[in-house]
Design a protein around this ligand. Structure first.
Ligand code: NAD
Ligand code: MN
Length: 355
């Protein structure tokens, strides 16, 4: 019997609603399987922990997570605490501490979901966005001085290293190669950002030589937004910097129907550390505590976790259950135009996974 140790970190807002729902799906799955089981450990870190201890997670928090096989994360963000404190104090601390440098964000139009693009069928929109997750615009380098004075100055310096760019581009080419269309779009902004993004383009051309069977092209990030809307079928795998991919993937999620559906994996491809799986949405202050959160993004993240653990068949089983549930409009939450609750959607997915 294989045992997987899973850390759950609900965090804040609707993270506290969708992460327990994700755990229930994993429990329903394990109940049907003789060859693997899960051992969960929950970490109540986030805004409430901050109010009590002055930090989002304990100083030795990463040590507690290190031995885990995977992390299921909810969201960091509290209405009473500044966003840069919640984000850097928890989610980025884990992503950077465990060098989860590849952030993978698949987007598809699931059965039964109305996507806003009129001329777009599910076959036209099947993307994976690879986001550089360890440096770039979110390297955390910069500072502020002379606060409150007219001469106040502030900088956020984007850092791109050859090692960091090579590893994310190689990861993206490899991922593109594993998909049927073998098609990669390298998103850039080398017209305006004339140092780091020019290096990014040069490295893309170098890495491409290692993957002669992958077709690739280059697109400026602003043009990429228009292409996602106007010619979605021309895209398959995309790779972009930390900031660019952050923005493009929210657009991708909205084009596929809702932010509440989209999953993401923060991977350490070398498996030195546990990888972390989470819905891409945040704490959703406007709906938190109301039972309205769509748990599908978390369930799809659970699918990515199972794939990462090598449980391919179990992953397929959960994805099939999710698709059967989205196909039934009576089980759509409010973000999808329905009236179903988090609990109803969770129970329906658990029933299919457990059946
Ligand atoms: P958000 O994703 O929380 O919400 C944006 C909109 O989408 C809201 O109207 C919300 O109700 C809706 N929405 C999001 N997820 C949904 C779901 N599962 N079901 C139904 N509707 C859903 O983004 P925001 O409002 O920009 O941020 C709120 C807080 O979350 C901020 O503190 C922000 O910093 C934080 N945040 C954290 C993460 C993270 O931890 N990964 C990601 C994004 C935002
Ligand atoms: Mn984001």
């Amino acid at each position: 019997m294989r045992t997987y140790r899973i850390a759950t970190i609900p965090g804040d807002g609707i993270g506290k609603e969708v992460v327990p729902a994700g755990r229930r799906v994993l429990e329903a799955l394990a109940a049907q399987h003789r060859d693997f089981r899960f051992e969960f450990e929950n970490f109540a870190w986030g805004g409430d922990y901050y109010r009590e201890h002055g930090v989002m997670m304990p100083a030795d928090g990463l040590d507690a997570l290190h031995g885990m096989d995977a992390i299921l994360f909810g969201s960091a963000g509290d209405p009473q605490i500044a966003d840069h404190i919640t984000l850097w104090g928890l989610r980025l601390k884990i992503c950077q501490g465990f060098d989860q440098y590849a952030n993978v964000r698949p987007t598809r139009i699931l059965p039964g979901i109305d996507a806003p693009l009129k001329r777009c069928t599910p076959a036209d929109l099947d993307w994976v966005i690879v986001r550089e997750n360890s440096e770039g615009e979110y390297a955390g380098v910069g500072g502020r001085a002379h606060q409150g004075h007219p001469i106040e100055v502030a900088t956020d310096v984007s850092i791109m290293t050859r090692a960091g760019v090579e590893r994310i581009l190689r990861f993206a080419f490899r991922l593109a190669q594993s998909r049927p269309r073998k098609l990669l779009t390298v998103v850039t902004k080398s017209n305006a950002q004339r140092h780091a993004m020019v290096m990014w383009d040069e490295i893309a051309a170098q890495i491409a030589l290692e993957f002669p069977d992958v077709s690739w092209d280059k697109e400026l990030v602003d043009a990429a937004t228009a292409r996602m809307v106007n010619r979605p079928a021309s895209l398959d795998t995309l790779v972009a910097t930390n900031l660019h991919a952050d923005i493009l993937s929210d657009l991708a999620a909205a084009l596929a129907g809702s932010l509440g559906i989209a999953p993401t994996a923060n991977l350490d491809p070398e498996r030195r550390y546990p990888s972390m799986f989470e819905p891409i949405h945040g704490s959703a202050f406007d709906i938190m505590g109301k039972g309205l959160a769509n748990p599908v993004g978390t369930f799809w993240s659970v699918v990515m976790m199972l794939e990462h653990l090598g449980e391919t068949e179990a992953a397929r089983k959960v994805m099939t259950a999710i698709e059967a549930v989205t196909a039934n409009r009576a089980l759509h939450t409010r973000d999808l135009g329905g009236e179903a609750t988090t609990e109803e959607v969770t129970a329906a997915v658990c029933a299919r996974v457990g059946g």
